[in-house]
Design a protein around this ligand. Structure first.
Ligand SMILES: Nc1nc2c(ncn2[C@@H]2O[C@H](COP(=O)(O)OP(=O)(O)O)[C@@H](O)[C@H]2O)c(=O)[nH]1
Ligand SMILES: Nc1ncnc2c1ncn2[C@@H]1O[C@H](COP(=O)(O)OP(=O)(O)O)[C@@H](O)[C@H]1O
Length: 215
């Protein structure tokens, strides 16, 4: 099959955004989605948050000092960046643009502030917000994960209300109650968007051919 081309002459890769309050299960869902859909590239963010046990530089995050992050902001390397739970996080502009330019689908696991910034520059992105089934279950998952101190967990729980208040800004909302159901829902969104994008690209290709052929 030939590479799909849009009317703007760009190759069609889709930018997916997945956001959720801490502990809702976003990373677990995204990792399982990537196993099912290996053609999607996950963007690895830069962060000033210290690594959790087991987290690897370049795989989970690019862990940087605050000063380096500020320098990178000044250099304009981020497509979006935000302060979340007292740490700074940012998405590399070049990585995302290179991948999209190669026609790859790219997934960003970012917060609602980053999603709002991306929508301004890339309105055709597709955003999904993951909700926990209840506050009790959110707290149980955060504590059960065992990755953060009590203080960090309290802060994340406190901030979750402010994050959930932005859920309606997203294209889709998925409740992560039964894991397999939530994963099926996320995969269904990806597949539906791909089908739509493929149809659009084919329509554009036909139009381009027609315009080029006309006298
Ligand atoms: N805006 C923005 N948010 C990010 C980025 N990377 C991660 N985040 C968000 O920062 C928040 C905290 O992430 P993390 O420290 O990994 O904790 P977790 O969500 O509890 O696993 C989550 O909402 C992430 O989605 C990024 O590059 N930009
Ligand atoms: N549907 C689910 N049911 C029960 N536990 C879940 C479910 N989804 C995720 N979890 C667990 O909840 C915890 C938090 O998940 P995680 O993916 O780290 O959340 P987030 O990335 O949103 O902060 C993990 O221990 C994970 O295994």
């Amino acid at each position: 099959m030939s590479t799909p081309i849009s009317t703007e002459g760009t190759i069609c890769g889709t930018l997916f955004i997945v956001a959720a309050p801490s502990g809702a299960g976003k990373s677990t869902l995204v990792n399982a989605l990537l196993e099912r859909e290996p053609a999607i590239s996950l963007s690895v963010s830069h962060t000033t948050r210290p690594p959790r046990p087991g987290e690897q530089y370049g795989r989970h995050y690019y862990f940087v000092e605050r000063g380096e992050f500020e320098r990178e902001v000044g250099e304009g390397i981020f497509l979006e960046h935000a302060e979340v739970h007292g740490n700074f996080y940012g998405t590399s502009r070049k990585t995302v643009q290179d991948l999209l330019g190669q026609g790859r689908d790219v997934l960003l696991e970012i917060d609602w502030q980053g999603a709002a910034q991306i929508r301004r520059t890339k309105p055709d992105c597709v955003s999904v917000f993951i909700l926990p089934p209840s506050r009790t279950e959110l707290e149980r998952r955060l504590r059960g994960r065992g990755s953060d101190s009590a203080e960090v967990i309290e802060r994340r729980l406190r901030n979750s209300r402010g994050e959930i208040a932005h859920a309606h800004e997203f294209d889709y909302i998925i409740v992560n109650d039964r894991f397999e159901d939530a994963l099926d829902g996320l995969q269904a969104i990806v597949q539906a968007v791909r089908l739509r994008t493929a149809l659009q690209c084919q329509r554009h290709e036909a139009l381009i051919r027609e315009l080029l052929a006309g006298g």
